[in-house]
Design a protein around this ligand. Structure first.
Ligand SMILES: Nc1ncnc2c1ncn2[C@@H]1O[C@H](COP(=O)(O)OP(=O)(O)OP(=O)(O)O)[C@@H](O)[C@H]1O
Length: 329
């Protein structure tokens, strides 16, 4: 079901250059869209048009089957979570009050607000003791977490995020990305996430949208974008870094050949799950990534590895060619 639809949408700030150029696109419920493209291609403009922060000149945007023209914009913004870089928490309000800001506007009572704030702060990985602090008493990464909690407060179906982790250090950014990915899987919200960072786009997006000069150049899954680029621009823009990012987040679990599922592979294997342990140099844990598998193969000079579970039980085999099945388009 489409939650957001753009029909022939154009936007110009100066009535000359179209920064969004006849855009047609739909986003389904539960998707995690990562929006990438060169600086100035229109990503932020597109995002802000969704919650009515930026008006457009032509076309129609539908949110939950209603044209933006029919929405009360204040109501719309309360129904769409919005997270930006340098999150813009209110400095004079406690973290609890910041998180509950929208709830207080919606007239929810104090007890309910407190309960929700406690629930949300834990959801984003912070101790409830932070609720009584002020934003200045938090690190950059912690503030971004509060920003995510605040965006979730009124339980919106849609969350817009504009480079939310752009201003935090690399290590914190990776942690926040992992948390965001887990939150999306848990809550099944529809997320539109603008980023400059291709690795972040590959890691988080269930669909990646590549823009240039106000147009969508290509949109697709990471496999489609990486292994079936429809334009030279896509190929150049994604570059080799994105392959590393892809293999670095692809779990062995998604590609290996289990011993007891020969139909998954072209090569028949009659071996059954065995309890015998295999030397560590020949194995790879199920939860490791394909990139870690490749590293191990190179280090140990092996063509294949035995995939093991937490109890070191062999479950199947991993070879490079197994990735092919995953990327068949
Ligand atoms: N308020 C404004 N008035 C006039 N022009 C604007 C305004 N905001 C953005 N622009 C122009 O519109 C174009 C698209 O800007 P936008 O911020 O949407 O791009 P972006 O892809 O998000 O860029 P970046 O990745 O650098 O943040 C740019 O050329 C920008 O200069």
């Amino acid at each position: 079901m489409s939650l957001l639809t753009f029909k022939d949408v154009s936007k110009s700030y100066d009535q000359k250059v179209r920064v969004i150029d006849q855009l047609n696109f739909s986003i389904d419920k539960g998707e995690f869209i990562t929006l990438i493209g060169p600086s100035g291609c229109g990503k932020t403009t597109l995002l802000k048009m969704i919650n009515g922060l930026i008006p457009f000149n032509q076309g129609e945007i539908h949110v939950k089957n209603h044209s933006l023209a029919d929405w009360n914009l204040i109501k719309l913004r309360r129904e769409i979570g919005y997270v930006i870089q340098q999150i813009g928490l209110f400095p004079h309000l406690t973290i609890e009050k910041n998180i509950c800001y929208v709830l207080s506007l919606l007239g929810r009572d104090g007890e309910e607000q407190k309960k929700r704030a406690t629930e949300l702060i834990q959801l984003v990985g912070l101790d409830p003791e932070y609720l009584s602090r002020y934003p200045r008493e938090l690190s950059g990464g912690q503030k971004q977490r509060v920003g995510v909690a605040r965006a979730l407060a009124a339980d919106p179906d849609i969350i817009l995020m504009d480079e939310p982790f752009g201003a935090v250090d690399d290590i914190t950014r990776k942690v926040l990305q992992d948390e965001m990915k887990a939150l999306h899987q848990k809550l099944q919200k529809t997320i539109v996430f603008v980023t400059h960072d291709i690795e972040e786009a590959i890691k988080l997006g269930t669909r990646i949208v590549l823009m240039d000069q106000g147009k969508i150049i290509q949109a697709g899954t990471k496999e489609e974008m990486l292994f079936n680029p429809t334009t030279e621009f896509t190929k150049r823009f994604l570059g080799t870094k994105s392959f590393n990012a892809y293999l670095g987040q692809l779990p062995i679990e998604d590609v290996y050949r289990p011993y007891d599922a020969p139909e998954k592979s072209s090569k028949k294997t009659s071996k059954k799950t065995s309890k015998k342990s295999v030397p560590e140099s020949k194995t790879i844990p199920l939860t490791d990534t394909v990139m870690e598998g490749i590293r191990k193969m190179i280090k140990e000079d092996r063509q294949s590895l035995v995939v093991i579970n937490e109890e070191n039980r062999p479950l199947g085999e991993f070879q490079l060619q197994d990735i092919q099945q995953k990327i068949q388009l």
